[in-house]
Design a binder for this molecule. Structure first.
Ligand code: AMP
Length: 222
């Protein structure tokens, strides 16, 4: 099972990815998490990426594509993976297509900008694991700390309102066109085209989870 979770920042891709891996037993490849780890490690990649990320821009395709190519060649990806936050541009999607990476599903998380702005201002992250919480909608058992490790939760610098607005602009300009890209590919009737599925990302977390698991279980029976 290889799938792409496609949607604006804060649409709930990371939350669903965490829930889906419990059932599907395949790795999550979240390019944002990989970049944040590089920033924390102060590696050459991290130094290059930090200013762009802080400003809400996109790290260049030449940098991201090889990192992902290398990651999906690892043995733990043999049975599939969940892309979260990749591809984010047509060039990234096309690079996967050109490399013959067959994707089963593209899940489009549809949601309004207003809902996103509200969600991201309350989002809290456990940096070690990528676990995602929300102060109101998905609070940790104890305020400010991770449920599993009891380590402190953080607010990402780029979850501040001005940066969120910039990230949404970038999303609409560069990433949203991927919906039409995958729709057109599916319409061509090619055997390798991923199935594009749109979900209402403003719905309850558990409702979306059930919808997605239902889809994948149906697939497993075929
Ligand atoms: P995310 O955690 O997915 O919201 O990503 C955080 C930031 O990392 C984004 O705002 C971008 O600056 C950068 N980033 C993550 N994934 C990509 C990607 N596929 N292409 C370019 N930049 C990315």
């Amino acid at each position: 099972m290889r799938m792409i979770l496609l949607g604006a920042p804060g649409a709930g891709k990371g939350t669903q990815a965490q829930l889906l891996v419990k059932e599907l037993n395949i790795p999550i490849i979240a390019t944002g998490d990989m970049l944040r780890a590089a920033v924390a490690a102060k590696s050459a990649l991290g130094l290059k990426a930090k200013a762009i990320m802080d400003a809400g821009g996109l790290v260049s395709d030449d940098v991201i594509i090889p990192i992902v190519q290398e990651r999906i060649a690892q043995p733990d990806c043999a049975n599939g993976f969940i892309f979260d936050g990749f591809p984010r541009t047509i060039a990234q999607a096309q690079a996967m297509r050109d490399a013959g990476v067959v994707i089963d599903y593209v899940i489009q998380f549809a949601i309004s900008d207003e809902t996103i702005i509200n969600r991201l201002s309350g989002r809290r992250i456990h940096p070690g694991s990528g676990r995602v919480y929300h102060v109101e909608h998905n609070p940790p058992q104890q305020e400010g700390v991770d449920d599993k490790t009891s380590e402190p939760l953080i607010q990402r610098d780029d979850d501040k309102e001005e940066v969120v607005k910039q990230r949404l602009t970038v999303y609409h300009q560069q990433t949203e066109p991927l919906v039409a890209y995958y729709q057109d590919w599916e319409n061509e009737g090619s055997a390798h085209a991923p199935a594009l599925v749109s979900i209402d990302a403003a719905a309850d977390v558990s409702q979306i989870e059930n919808e997605l698991l239902g889809l994948f279980r149906k697939e497993a029976r075929v």
